[in-house]
Each structure stands twice: as structure tokens, then as C-alpha cells.
Design a protein around this ligand. Sequence first.
Ligand code: ADP
Ligand code: MG
Ligand code: MG
Length: 875
Amino acid sequence: MTKYVYLFKEGNADMRELLGGKGANLAEMTNIGLPVPQGFTVSTEACTRYYADNLKIGDDILEQINVALAETEKICGKKFGDLESPFLVSVRSGARASMPGMMDTILNLGLTDVAVQGLARQTGNERFAYDSYRRFIQMFSDVVMEIKKSFFEGALDEVKHAKGAKFDTDLTADDLKEVVKKFKAIYLREKGEEFPQDPKVQLMESIKAVFRSWDNPRANYYRRMNDIPGSWGTAVNVQSMVFGNMGDDSGTGVAFTRNPSTGEKKLYGEFLMNAQGEDVVAGIRTPQPISALEATQPEVYNEFVNIAQKLENHYRDMQDMEFTIEHGKLFMLQTRNGKRTAAAALKIAVDLVDEGTLSTDEAVLKVEPKQLDTLLHPNFDPAAIKKATAIAKGLPASPGAATGKIYFTADDAARAGIAVVLVREETTPEDIEGMDLSKGILTARGGMTSHAAVVARGMGRAAVVGCGELHISEEKKTLTVGDKVYHEGDDISLDGSTGNVYGEMLPTVETTVSGDFARLMAWADKARTLKVRTNADTPRDTKQAVSFGAEGIGLCRTEHMFFEADRIAAVREMILADTVEQREVALAKILPMQQGDFEEMYKALEGRPMTIRYLDPPLHEFLPQKSMIDEIAALANELHTSSEKIVEKIDALHEFNPMMGHRGCRLAVTFPEIARMQTRAVIQAAIAVKKEMGYEVVPEIMIPLVCDIKELSFVKKIVVETTEKVFEEQGMKLEYHIGTMIEIPRAAITADEIAKEAEFFSFGTNDLTQMTFGFSRDDAGKFLGSYYENKIFESDPFAKLDQDGVGKLVKMAAKLGRETRPNIKLGICGEHGGDPSTIEFCHNVGLNYVSCSPFRVPIARLAAAHAAIKANKKK
Ligand code: ADP
Ligand code: MG
Ligand code: MG
């Protein structure tokens, strides 16, 4: 019989796939003797079964839950459903990868109308008993029954208002009884039945709700963003309750062993007395810094400091911990490797090596490649900041500079399609997509560990939270600070490093990275075998990429050089030419420009290799659109022809499906003179730079969109003949290579043939994905949403390489290519080249390099190191 339920004492930290992160760590903390309220974990496999069994919990699983519950009762010396001394539990979700705020916890489960009286008698604390009951009714109704939270919040506010209570702690036992009455009435009104009075029913409904929450839209979106497969499922933890709401010697809090923003080695956190669960992060009252505990409860504080150190040593990483104090006794409720900013991740990783805790390889694995993004993006111009006056100041929750237009709801922000700053009273898990699509997040409420703060840090978005001076009306869409009112669409800037908010758009500057970055990247470079090149078309991008560590250019798109104002005229003249002779005249004008570009690029590369792709897009892209009458007239004037003639040409170039039309090497087949000109430009530039600079320049010429060996042979012949001619003219030869992009499935399938002519392959996975799926790159966005909703796809194949299909073609082509030409050079140059999971795939397939946009070069270097270290571990 499969075991689906584990007592905490039966698990350990290595079982996170089965027990989820939270469950595995609760088990581990139990094993190392920390004070953990006992309980059991229903495994992720039970969740998978629940879905396979059509949303039912199997009888065998139910039986195992009952057995574990009975065991836990024994350990805790209490009985579930007992009316005099009720055994209360929490029901907590916990997936393999932490998914903060995705699934809600239910506390105080087991309370009923009768049991609450028993609890009051037993503890001699009626206020506490009813406080627990009202919390339970609200959480159960919200999480399990999906009754709107605002109904309950409204009712609570009513009672608070009537009693003149500022905080929930000001309410008396009688007030709370009234709250409970109102809450139950809401439940009856919304559900048409009484609040369930059978604890077993409460428990089973809650477990099912956790399973269901695995599939809610927020969880799905989070998984898509973070590459978490839907098949993993979540575990459920059922844990005996400890109470932070028993009075002023009780409380609850969260803490990190090091500062999650900066990495500084110092205990960092907040707590709230006489509170329960998420009160501390919900911004209900203002929490106190963890250091304040030392004064009020020195013993608890010291014990906590010791446990924190013990946990950090045990896990060999910065820990994020949750705890509760019940009548002066400390309980640990959670620990996990803490989320952190990129700067903190670097500092912590480097410090842990210096402290002798981690090897350099282990430290490299501690920094998420995607996170580096935030380090490499601009901060505010210090001069502009000096002059600007902040309109408000909040907590600096997540570093970075954000400027944009104000939007008040996550939906509006997500739909705005421009640079947006999301301004909210506070954020909730529903807001996650809007937060992701915003430049920055500003909230009026909440602390450093509030939802907005935690999620923003995880996403690398700048965030300022708990900015109490702001008055936000979501309804009127206004933000009021003092007597100034801002509306939707107004300018705003935030500095996530200082907490300052500015009522204007401030200029930003590039960041300079710290010494920690250089040290960690050096360790990464030592560990990786995959080379990292960049996609760059200008000397500026090239220099940027080289400064980020690019080892060459994997894709130089020559057409991008054609769009500049001083060139496009010659390009259009070439396209509009009727005869070869006319075309050659126009091409002769383009040649020196293109050659000059290549010379500059070669110099920026200082001897590093560059793969130059020949003209690729359909020609109509260079002409004005038919509706642009003025531009057509001007062009006609310039070229001494008529508007009609140009319109005629535009019509002639029209294609129903330009992505599958006259483009790529097909252009060179029709107009060999274009390939001839480009070859001259490449070879002449290489010779000129070699002569001038004295270093070797080895051109790599890449023929795009090849589907057949003969096509490649045809174009290659043009390139070779032209090159030989140039060598003769210049009286000088140099090494050069001709290769192709593999971006049409037929090319991948016949890669053994193609490798007879091609000295290198570069996988153009954008087109290869488009043509393998038959999805247009430009239109797929319109229907992919339905694919996610209907569980056909979990992610966008244009963002994350489809390893099963497109990846199979890549693997096959690599193998076939090597069979024909063992030393063939293999790389990837699609958008996927900067995606860490794709990079791991490329490492495992044995490609020689990946190529990505300049800002992703450091990400790719680190991801390549991760791939190599992980692959070595497996060996
Ligand atoms: P999340 O994953 O959102 O952090 P948790 O399951 O950790 O959710 O629960 C949130 C909070 O609820 C915890 O930090 C803790 O304060 C409280 N909590 C959970 N279980 C218990 C328990 N058994 N006793 C007391 N408090 C609990
Ligand atoms: Mg939570
Ligand atoms: Mg938690």
C-alpha cells in the first residue's frame, strides 16, 4: 500500500518532493529537536491522486489521515472534537517549491459553538477563545467556501466602530462573541446552511480546499512564471495549534537570519504581541523589530537567536523563519531558505564561502540566474535625485528604480501596455500578474515582510511599501498626498532602495556592480563549459555585452543596420530596382556603409568571433506602408519615379504569409548580388581591421532559413567566389567559416546532409519553434491564453524552449551534424538563449555556446555554470 501520510517525526528535509518544502522542513526541525507543534503531512502524491480520482480523496488516503490524526492526538495529549479541551489544528499548504501567498492557511480548526466554550473554560480566557473562533470562521469561509473576505472585514469593522475600538486587540470577549454571531450569519446567508459543527468535516473540507487551490488561476500564473510543472501538486500539513493570541505574553513573528535586502549578517525580522498567523504581515497593527523582543522577553529572544543560528548552520543558507510565542514559550512554525534580492544573494553566497560554509560551486548555485536582471538594470540618476523632492517616504522593500504612470488596480496595470507603477492600499495574491507587469509597486500599508514586499523582491520589481502618508481611493482612482491629488496615468517614480516616492518621472542611470558580483561570476566562469555569446547589431550593444562578459557575437542581424535614416534610401533604391544593373548601383552605395559597420563591430570585439547573418526579412519590411502617402511621394521624388510605381512594387511584394515567404536565403537565391555585396563587406572589413589592429579576425558567415543542402550550396558558392576575388584584390587571405541557421524543421531532419556544407549550425529557435508548431510568432499571443486555461500548454513555447518537440529536433540535428562533421560548432541564438532552463538543456545536449541579448549575458554565464555543476553532481 502506498504511504500518503507522514507524521512530522517520520519525515526529513530530503523528502521535499513528497512532503513539500514546508512539510519536509517541519519534519527536519522536529528531528533536530526544535520546539515544533506536532502534526502530519499529506503528501503531494495524495494531491496528484485527488486530481486523478476526479477531485475525490481516496478511501485509503482518508484512512491514513485518520490514523495519523489519532497518533498526533496521542503525542499532544488532546482529542480532536473534544468539547472540554478541544484539540485545534492548522491546515497549511506546502508545495515542493515555495509559492508565497499562493495558498491560504486555516488556523484554529476544530472549534465549534460548543468547543469554543470549552476552550474558554479550559484556558480561563474567554476573549482568546472567541478571538480564535472568529478567525477560524473567517478563514474557513474564505479559503474553503470562497465567501468574500470583505464581508467579514466589514462586519469586524462595524463592531470595532460601534465599540470605539482602534485595533482588534481592543475588543473584549463580549465584542468578539458579537463578531462571531455576525460571521455565522454571513455564512448562513451566503451558503444557505449553518457553519459546519463537525470538526472532521471541517478538516476534510479544508484538505480538499488546499488540493483545489493548487489549480487556481493565481497558482497557475505563478507556476508559469517560475517554471514549476503543474504535475507536482501540493502537500497539506495538519499541525496542532499554538496560540500567539493568548494575551500580552504571547505573539507571532517572522525573521531572517540575514538581511534579505542587503545580505548583511544580522538577524532581521518583525513580531507582534497578542496576535496570530499573518497579522504580522497583513499590516493590521505596526509590528516591532525583532530586536525589541530582547527587552520584553529576553529568554525567548535568546532561545530564538540560538535556534536561528542552529538552523542557518544546519541548512547552510540564510533562513526565513516563522515563530509563535504562547505564554512565554517559543515554537517554530516554519523555516526555509529565504528569498532575497540579487544583491543580498551575491553577498550571502560570497560571505558563506568566506565563512568556510560553502564551496565556490555551492555558492554559485545559491544565486538564481534570472535574479541578476535586477542588478543590471538602471538606478536613478543621483544628480536628479538630489534635486528632486520626495512627495512621500515608505519602507524600502525591494531595491531598484521605477518610473511610470500610476495605475490603481492590478488588472488596469496589466492591461495598460506602457511603463506602469502599481499603486495599491496593499497587494493580495490576486494582484500577482499586474505586479509582474509593472515597473514598480507602491503600497500604503504593510511592512517589510508584507505580501507586496515579499513578492516584489522575488520578482526583482522595485517596491516601496507601508507608505502611510498616501491616501488611495481605488474607486475614484486617486492618490492623495497632503493636498496634492494624482490620477490614473500621472507620472510617478519610486526608489526601492530608499523608500522615496516622487511625483514625476526621474531619469535613470546604469548600475555599477559590486565586488561580490565579480567574485561570484569568476567562480561561475570556472565551473561552466558552455560559451556565452551575444546577439548584437551595433558597436554600442557589442561593447555593453563584452563588458558583461560576452565571448563573441552569436548573431549579428545585418538588416538592423539598414534601417537607419541615411541607409534606408539606398536599401529602398535597391529593392525598387527593375534590373540587376540598377540593383548593383544601389548595392554599391550600401557596401561601404555595411563594411564600416562590420569594421566597428570587429573592433568592439577585440578579436572575439562574430557570426554574421545575411539579409533575412522579407523586403516589404523596408518599404513604407501603402497608407503612408506622403512618405511614398517623398520616396518617389528622391528616386525620380512615380508614387504609382512604388505602390505597384509594394503590391507586388505583398505576401499572405511573409514569415513563410520570400526571405532568408531565398533572397540570396533570387538576388545573388545581395549576397555578393554582403560578402564583400564582411571580408573587406575583416581584412581592414586585421591590418589596422594586428589581431586575427575570423569571419563566420551565416546563411539563414536554409531548408535543403542544395540551397546552402548555391549561396555558399557565391560567398566563396566573392571571397576569393576579394583575397586576390587585397593580396591577403584569412581564415573564415560558412555555416547556417537551423530554423526550419526540414533542415534539422536533414542536418547530416547540410553539415557537408555547413561548418557550424546556429539553432534559430524562434523560427524553429514557429515552424515546428505552425504557430505564428506574431499571433500566438492571441490564443495561447486559452491553451493555458485548458491545460494544453503550461508555458509559452516562444519563451521557454519546448524540449519535447523543438528540443528533440535540436538534439537530433546536433547528433546528425556531428556524425558528418565531428568538429562542427553548435550554438543557439533564439530568444531562448538567455533562458536558464533552455541553457541547461543546451549544456546537456552538448552545444558549444548560447547567444543572447547583452543584458542577459551574465544570466547566461551563471545559468551555464548551474547546468555544469548540476550535471557533474549527477555523474
Ligand atoms: P504561508 O505559506 O502563507 O506562510 P503558513 O502555512 O506558513 O502560510 O501559515 C501562515 C502563518 O499561520 C504562520 O506563519 C503562523 O503564524 C500561522 N500558523 C500556521 N500553523 C500554525 C500553528 N499550528 N499554530 C500557530 N500558528 C500557526
Ligand atoms: Mg501566507
Ligand atoms: Mg509561512
